[in-house]
Design a protein around this ligand. Sequence first.
Ligand SMILES: Nc1ncnc2c1ncn2[C@@H]1O[C@H](COP(=O)(O)OP(=O)(O)OP(=O)(O)O)[C@@H](O)[C@H]1O
Length: 540
Amino acid sequence: MAEKQKRKHIPVLPWMRSPVDVSLIEECPLEILPMLDHRLKVALQNMGISSLFPVQLAVWQEAIGPGSFDRDLCINSPTGSGKTLAYALPIVQMLSSRTIKCLRALVVLPTRDLALQVKEVFSAIAPAVGLSVGLAVGQSSIADEISELIKRPKLEAGICYDPEDVLVALQSSVDILVATPGRLMDHINFTKGFTLKHLRYLHSHTKYKAGYVLVVSSGSLILKWVIDETDRLLREAYQSWLPTVLQLTHADDSSIIFPSYISNPCSAGSLKTIRRFGVERGFKGKPYPRLAKMILSATLTQDPGKLAQLDLHHPLFLTTGKRRYKLPEKLESYMMICESKLKPLYLVALLQSLGEEKCIVFTSSVESTHRLCSLLNFFEDLELKIKEYSGLQRQSLRSKTLNAFRGGEIQVLVSSDAMTRGMDVEGVKNVINYDMPAFIKTYIHRAGRTARAGQSGRCFTLLRKDEVKRFKKLLQKADNDSCPVHSLPSSSIEFLQPTYVSALEKLKEKVESETSRKSTITYSSRAGKRKDRNSSKAKS
Ligand SMILES: Nc1ncnc2c1ncn2[C@@H]1O[C@H](COP(=O)(O)OP(=O)(O)OP(=O)(O)O)[C@@H](O)[C@H]1O
């Protein structure tokens, strides 16, 4: 049986069977990090960073160091281990030698809040080497976004310009773009002057071979694409943005035509060097310069079919430790066993015992997130600021809630799964699984909102008796399966009973009023449509 389990964990793909083990790598002080641009060192120090985490050093060695991005990188590294800077720093250093401003790095993330988070990391380091970072997430109007991303030539009054010439003169205002898939596709399809095509040309100017980064994620674009949160972005097809972008950045001999403004012959020379390298290293049949890819996740897929979509080039696998799934070093996991109908009481008692520590409570759906959050707010004894964060809400409300949680004005966030992948909020001490996660990947991403960057944290899972066996089996898939029972004094539960009864009453009223409001809205919108149809019939 154990043998069978073991065999099941051996990856199918041969290149995944002999990985670089990141757990054998030590943190590296910035002072001794080879080839680090001094300006970036200062920027990192201003962020409070004095050394690179192991995964960051491992990627640096492959991208900037002796590895020189000869191979695409697939990186499996625990939540909170610093994957964002692991791809952002090498990308920024590589682009720092650029001479012409042009879009050369594209980072795609599944949600706006994640995109804002990643943009902040790039914005903390990129300006130090003269690079600008843009954002395309739908936070502002498309017109405002376009004016941020595209530089228009200054036209003089009274002169008649050929529209074709004006179009050719449009240039990117940003070197690195952080985007969500929907807005990215809008710009690809409709924004004049927005192009991914120039990426490869411009990269031929840099002294590094691998010029393009596509960061997907949760990810970067160039002759390198960094793909973080890969499994999520691959699963959610997102308007087929990935094949579109891959196609637009695919180098092929016939497409390598230098724009007229590149008159320096050495640019072509460096491109040739890149191609020769490829041939020398035996990567025949691959177009050069190639799109180098970085793929990062805490639960990297090993599915050959999914990885095939990325068309990886001679990939190198970097992982942490021997097991496929690794939880953060300082995470403590606990089970809380209770009857189904008493779950809310256990949750309230637990929250009370945790005081004002920042907590995220996960539920299994957007509906139960809404109900649970309302119920908690009806417990008058619970003197905590509690808000919901879910896909049911408008984006602007979600971002407002997240900022308040970051700022400490909210102590408890009740959340559904989808919204929290990759989210980095300082000071989250506890994660509570109100509903048992169905998969180990879900447990890892939920629990990973705490115990980040080497800090300690706790994850509590509320379980019915009949769920315990299944939960223990699920945890065995991760390296740290120790999960003691956390108990609360029964008096603290009994004490809450009367408040619970009145909170349930209030919840019932709220649900009823929300349901009737919804049906009124649906009815009036249907009635409105019927009226429109009738009046247009009457007119005709
Ligand atoms: N070298 C470093 N020194 C100190 N703090 C760091 C360093 N690198 C990253 N951090 C901090 O660690 C935290 C986690 O980083 P990040 O969000 O990149 O993790 P992650 O591995 O992408 O996590 P997840 O898988 O959950 O997305 C962030 O708050 C970041 O500022």
